[in-house]
Design a protein around this ligand. Structure first.
Ligand SMILES: C[S@@+](CC[C@H](N)C(=O)[O-])C[C@H]1O[C@@H](n2cnc3c(N)ncnc32)[C@H](O)[C@@H]1O
Length: 248
């Protein structure tokens, strides 16, 4: 694994941790993306119970609803600053009783025994990974047989294809020094097969890209999102959520 790239991402998110929520979700466009993603998580993980691992939890915006649903959560992130913000948010929300562990670590080398968790979740992280196959293999390893895994990734061949190509060429997000990569769905399908997982559900949505929350793009994004949820344009969604099962 490229250690330098991990260090760059860690430094980026350490610095970003204290403004992450405020910068992204307070504008109408940011709120739209957050609302859509929260409702997808609630739909796809609504039946989960037991112990879950969340990798790259950031500020814990998805951890907290899962804790509210009674899940026992372990969070694991490359950024110690993000872990601090997440722990603080969880405590402020009075949800710390369900927080089993807070672990600094990489998705490429998860520091947990095989089959430790009933479920694993990692959202808005795969777009920062050069080796999604390794990450999915690690998530599959730490989940018990019969368990499930939810991830999402930035879909290369979406409405945002020209921007995605530019990002892939630079291996960095637009105007930001953080490793970024948009991947084709065929690559995630192959990764799932290699990790021994079956795809239970795949749902796409169209997000407002980071840094563009203040531009008047929301009406267009709403239309693109609506037509990409299913039907002939489903493959054009910019973000794909995949729910995988590990066979029992
Ligand atoms: C875009 S943020 C997403 C945070 C949260 N999941 C959300 O959607 O709001 C990406 C998070 O992944 C973490 N991260 C990046 N690369 C990682 C890796 N290799 N292993 C574990 N965490 C990583 C970052 O530190 C950051 O907290």
């Amino acid at each position: 694994m490229n250690k330098m790239q991990e260090n760059t991402n860690q430094a980026f998110y350490d610095a970003d941790s204290h403004q992450y929520d405020a910068e992204r979700w307070i504008t109408p466009a940011g709120r739209f993306t957050n609302d859509v993603q929260q409702s997808l998580v609630s739909d796809l993980c609504g039946s989960w119970s037991g112990r879950a691992l969340e990798i790259g939890q950031g500020t814990a915006r998805f951890t907290m609803p899962l804790l509210k649903n009674g899940m026992k959560m372990t969070i694991c992130d490359l950024s110690s600053q993000m872990l601090g913000v997440a722990r603080n948010n969880i405590t402020q929300a009075g949800l710390e009783a369900g927080l089993e562990d807070v672990v600094e670590g990489s998705i490429y080398e998860l520091p947990f025994e095989d089959g430790t968790f009933d479920h694993a979740i990692s959202l808005n992280v795969y777009n920062h990974l050069e080796h999604p196959e390794v990450a999915l293999g690690q998530m599959a390893r730490v989940v018990r047989p019969g368990g499930s895994i939810l991830i999402n990734y930035a879909n290369l061949r979406s409405w945002y294809w020209p921007a995605a190509r530019r990002i892939n060429k630079r291996s960095a997000a637009v105007d930001q020094e953080v490793f970024s990569s948009w991947i084709p769905s065929s690559r995630m399908k192959a990764a799932a097969r290699d990790a021994g997982l079956t795809i239970d559900r795949r749902v796409g949505h169209v997000h407002v890209p980071r840094g563009m929350e203040r531009l008047p793009l929301l009406p267009v994004v709403r239309v693109l999102d609506a037509v990409s949820r299913g039907g002939p344009f489903a493959s054009m969604a910019s973000v794909h959520f995949c729910l995988f099962q590990k066979p029992a």
